[in-house]
Design a protein around this ligand. Structure first.
Ligand SMILES: Cc1cc2nc3c(=O)[nH]c(=O)nc-3n(C[C@H](O)[C@H](O)[C@H](O)COP(=O)(O)OP(=O)(O)OC[C@H]3O[C@@H](n4cnc5c(N)ncnc54)[C@H](O)[C@@H]3O)c2cc1C
Length: 481
């Protein structure tokens, strides 16, 4: 039986796996993991990400060992290592799952060239999205462009059925015994974090628990950061310990329950919409890889965002004096994750209140997030900064006071993450003082929590003036949005 090499990367599982399914058509599968420079950089960047990855790899190796196989770990440049391995095994095919960010797409192209030069087949498979980009764009007359707006994308996406590759028992792997280096450990990437009990089994368990319970209140969960009840599947999805297809399919199955209340059904629909958003950003980057560091909207490419700001460090450290923003930044630093609603508020604050470049915010978050998908991070940051796929007529500048009142009315979220406010009154902000940007400081740590570093109203208006001047300058050369 011939052997096909499967190169694992952001798809660390055996279940519902489009890549493994494709590889199995070419022979017994040799499961390989290459720790190359790009992977090392992504993991060195965030210690929690490194630990999560190592846990997921260990779980994958354990699953392979249960089947008499084992991961073949090599360190070095991916094309050279995989070509060498293909030579050792006389493998006619090397298969992997496609990347969606610019660096990943370029690395995939290099790998393809190297494998084909050796005379083997190079096969990159869409595994990360629930619906591959080509499927969602098939109905378009200019399919090669993809979608730049979410609404029409979602109209098409929601009628498509994700493929199913649910049969790992049918996959055949080569026996363990081939030369392999040690499994990666957090210390290899400068991380002293312990390896979490992670990987595919844990991700599956998380999904099942979520669908049994809090998914039915998802419409509330995304608006109540204090409850912390969204799925927390983002890191699993970016490392592929669970397939987005599985999540979409199981959520749709859950919707078949005839005993659901309409509110619960609406929650499940909203959750599926969140997964569509993920696919949307993946296809956006797939068709527009240059957006990794350039605005999607051409007319916004030269917008003069600031590269630094006297209060940038305060934003990074969660010390702006705006509790909802600071709580989010501190949650991120403490856990490697931030509630989705608060992400939008904290990012808006950076881009509009401080006027700082979205790329600076993205880089800062990358140092702490466990999630590892630049395509998703870029798409979201550009969306918030008003330079990407969100086609709103004006920048959506969030008022941190109003956002706090709406999404954290009891102040539980801010009190949880800001120790100085932990013993404060029920509300972190006084309604009457919002206009003057003052904080109702609680007893105890009152002196230590900073006062607001800026006047939100003034900053928002200044930004809008700069924006207006940019899109319709005095000479009227640029078109307005
Ligand atoms: C400025 C900003 C930056 C972000 N950066 C990232 C990032 O680097 N990586 C990342 O995975 N997500 C990012 N997001 C999207 C989203 O906030 C996270 O996916 C979400 O907070 C993860 O929590 P959860 O798993 O509980 O999500 P849930 O609300 O339970 O959603 C389920 C899943 O849907 C997907 N999803 C939901 N919303 C989005 C979205 N807006 N874009 C893409 N996928 C989505 C995620 O995979 C998520 O796990 C960002 C959002 C903003 C506003």
């Amino acid at each position: 039986m011939p052997v096909a090499i499967y190169r694992f990367a952001r798809d660390l599982r055996l279940e519902d796996h489009a890549g493994l399914s494709a590889a199995s058509a070419h022979g017994d599968i040799a499961p390989a993991l290459i720790v190359d420079r790009e992977l090392e950089e992504r993991l060195r960047c965030s210690p929690r990400r490194a630990a999560f990855f190592c846990g997921a790899v260990a779980a994958l190796d354990a699953a392979l060992r249960e089947r008499g196989s084992a991961l073949i770990v090599r360190r070095g440049e991916a094309p050279a290592e995989l070509v060498r391995l293909a030579g050792e095994l006389e493998a006619p095919a090397v298969v992997w799952s496609a990347s969606y960010d610019r660096a990943g797409i370029a690395a995939d192209a290099d790998l393809q060239a190297a494998v084909e030069e050796r005379g083997a087949r190079a096969i990159a498979v869409h595994d990360a999205p629930a619906i591959p980009p080509e499927e969602s764009t098939a109905a378009r007359s200019s399919a090669g462009d993809g979608y730049r707006a979410f609404a029409p994308y979602y109209d098409v996406w929601r009628d498509l059925e994700p493929g199913s590759y649910e049969a790992p028992l049918l996959l055949s792997f080569i026996p363990a015994g081939l030369r392999s280096e040690a499994l990666p450990a957090p210390a290899d990437f400068g991380s002293s974090d312990h390896v979490p009990d992670g990987g595919a089994p844990r991700a599956r368990e998380k999904l099942e628990t979520f669908l049994r319970g809090t998914a039915l209140q998802y419409s509330f969960a995304i608006n109540v950061p204090a409850d912390d009840l969204t799925s927390h599947l983002s890191a699993d999805l970016t490392f592929g310990t669970i397939a987005a297809r599985t999540v979409v399919r199981e959520t749709r199955n859950r919707m078949d329950d005839p005993f659901l209340l309409s509110e619960e059904r609406a929650s499940l629909r909203l959750f599926i919409r969140a997964l569509a958003m993920r696919d949307f950003f993946l296809q956006l980057s797939w068709y527009n890889p240059e957006t990794s560091d350039t605005a999607l909207q051409e007319k916004m490419r030269d917008f003069p965002f600031l590269q630094s700001h006297p209060h940038l460090e305060a934003w990074c450290q969660g010390r702006t004096g705006f509790p909802i923003v600071d709580a989010g930044m501190r949650q991120l630093r403490a856990t490697g994750w931030m509630h989705p609603r608060v992400r939008a508020i904290a990012a808006s604050f950076l881009c509009f209140d401080l006027g700082v470049d979205w790329r600076a915010g993205m880089a800062e978050w990358d140092r702490y997030l466990i999630e590892d998908d630049p395509a998703l991070s870029v798409g979201n940051w550009q969306w918030i900064a008003g330079v990407g796929a969100d086609l709103a007529a004006y920048p959506r500048i969030y008022n941190p006071y109003k956002q706090a009142r709406r999404f954290d009315p009891g102040g539980s979220y801010t009190r949880k993450w800001i120790s100085e406010l932990a013993h404060g009154p029920a509300r972190g902000l006084s309604e009457t003082q919002q206009g003057s940007a003052q904080i109702e400081l609680p007893l105890g740590g009152a002196e230590r929590y900073p006062r607001p570093v800026i006047d939100h109203d003034r900053a928002a208006r200044d930004f809008l003036a700069r924006y207006q001047e940019f899109v319709t300058p005095a000479g009227g050369r640029r078109s307005s949005r």
